[in-house]
Design a protein around this ligand. Structure first.
Ligand code: CO
Length: 466
């Protein structure tokens, strides 16, 4: 067991802390609520989840008001959570866990072998005018930002099929959401869609037929295009019908194949296809159009090994090969159909963020991420990268493991990086966590808000300004 394995152990307590212990000085302009997900329960009865992505979702929130920061956390009261608690075992399949099934369960919790879990523990954001928690099934769960109470599943008002969707939709400036859903069936598709702000209807832009669909966790977007990067980590619909394996174990890494990049015109639905080397990524960083090219950045891995390093047994043992990627840039030449790739930085980075409101889909300069000092060290730094030069700055503190840093722009800011980064950090020396507030320009610490307990390592979240 490593000192940080506490971040991968079940933490079952729910707290309401009106005032956390503050060190330093909070920016007076910072006002609002950070809401984040983290898997926090890994055992139910005699059953255990296998993978970091599987645990039952806990929502965490830090609210900034004046010179105080409050904290609260609550399990996401999803259908999956309730079913597990009622039956005292793991009822629904998750990313890396296939539950014991009984005869009836097969019909209710799997559709053609797909888990239909609503344990929406990956990200928090807005869909159809509702604040929701989401995972990789198209079943968002509505949440109340004040109480963190679940308010039932978000129901799409359309007939779009599909079982798997990235938990990282994009938003254009007018609030329209862009994403895609993978439909596995006799014929499989990636359905790329748009969803107007405050609408529950997904409108298909393009349906791309595919023989062996890829596992994809995010997508890219520019002003005029959606970018779908189909890595050679692929499956077949029949594996879902006939194989009793966990979701991700139905996918195989096929390094002899290429990565297929689909460039979808948001207005006409026209699809251009590009092919490049085999690689894997969880997260696109940003994308933009420039000089007849579509340029996109992501945190890339040579293969899909990272998925297997994120099984709980591996993480708790600390015996890891790789848990962070490199910042790669791809350039698609629109007129020639050619692809080029370069490495922007060889620092180890994961869970990337940008000043989304200002630079999403546009040329940009700065990326922020968690990261690792070595490929096998579990996230132990915060990085800031200048994507135009490859320069990287680092925040590090002994025994500390930071989560994804979220950028909050200072009101009236003129520079892209004028604001703060918020990251929940596990301090293994004190066995408890704090919310770190960094100056995004210098990575100097402004303040930290301590809670008296450890917070599980989590994935993503959102900041709701007051
Ligand atoms: Co993600």
């Amino acid at each position: 067991m490593t000192p940080y394995s506490i971040g991968f152990s079940s933490q079952l307590n729910e707290y309401i802390i009106p005032e956390t212990e503050i060190e330093g000085t909070l920016p007076s302009w910072l006002s609002g609520t950070l809401i984040r997900t983290a898997p926090a329960r890994f055992e139910v009865g005699d059953n255990s989840y296998n993978h970091w992505f599987d645990g039952l979702c806990m929502l965490h929130k830090f609210s900034f008001q004046g010179d105080t920061v409050s904290y609260a956390n609550k399990f996401l009261d999803s259908g999956t959570y309730r079913a597990n608690m009622q039956k005292g075992r793991i009822v629904y399949g998750e990313f890396g866990t296939d539950p014991c099934r009984d005869l009836f369960q097969k019909a209710t919790t799997f559709v053609m072998g797909f888990p239909v879990t609503d344990n929406a523990g990956v990200n928090v954001g807005e869909i159809g005018g509702e604040l929701v928690s989401v995972t990789e099934t198209p079943i968002p769960v509505k949440i109340d930002p004040e109480t963190l109470e679940a308010e039932g599943q978000f129901k799409y008002e359309d007939k779009l099929g599909g079982q798997i969707t990235p938990p990282h939709p994009h938003y254009s400036e007018d609030g329209t959401l862009f994403s895609f859903v993978t439909e596995l069936g006799p014929t499989s598709y990636y359905h790329v869609y748009r969803q107007e702000k405050n609408s529950a209807e997904r409108k298909v832009i393009a349906s791309i037929k595919v023989k062996e669909p890829s596992y994809m966790h995010s997508l890219g977007m520019t002003e005029n295009y959606v970018i779908v990067t189909a890595f050679p980590l692929v499956t077949q619909a029949l594996k879902f019908r006939f194989t009793l394996k966990a979701f991700i174990e139905k996918y195989t890494w096929e390094p002899d194949r290429e990565t297929i990049i689909y460039l979808i015109d948001k207005h006409t639905g026209e699809v251009k296809t590009y092919a490049t080397e085999a690689f894997f990524a969880f997260h696109h960083v940003n994308a933009f159009e420039e000089d007849g090219k579509v340029i996109f950045d992501l945190l890339a891995y040579k293969n899909a090994q990272v998925i297997y390093d994120l099984y709980l047994e591996k993480l708790r043992s600390g015996d890891l090969e790789i848990v962070a990627g490199h910042l790669w840039r791809f350039e698609l030449e629109l007129s020639k159909g050619s692809v080029t790739r370069k490495v922007i930085s060889e620092s180890w980075m994961e869970l990337p963020q940008i000043n989304y409101g200002r630079v999403n889909g546009k040329p940009y300069q700065f990326m922020y991420s968690a990261g690792s000092t070595t490929p096998s060290a579990f996230l132990d730094v915060i990085h800031k990268a200048d994507v135009t030069t490859g320069q990287v700055w680092t925040w590090i503190e002994e025994g500390c493991h930071p989560a994804e840093p979220i950028f909050i722009e200072k009101p009236g800011a003129t520079a892209e990086d004028e604001g703060v980064l918020l990251s929940i950090v596990l301090d293994t020396r004190r066995q408890c966590s704090f919310l770190l507030v960094l100056d995004a320009q210098t990575l100097e610490e402004k303040a930290r808000a301590r809670v008296p307990h450890p917070i599980n390592f989590g994935f993503h979240g959102t900041f709701l300004p007051n």
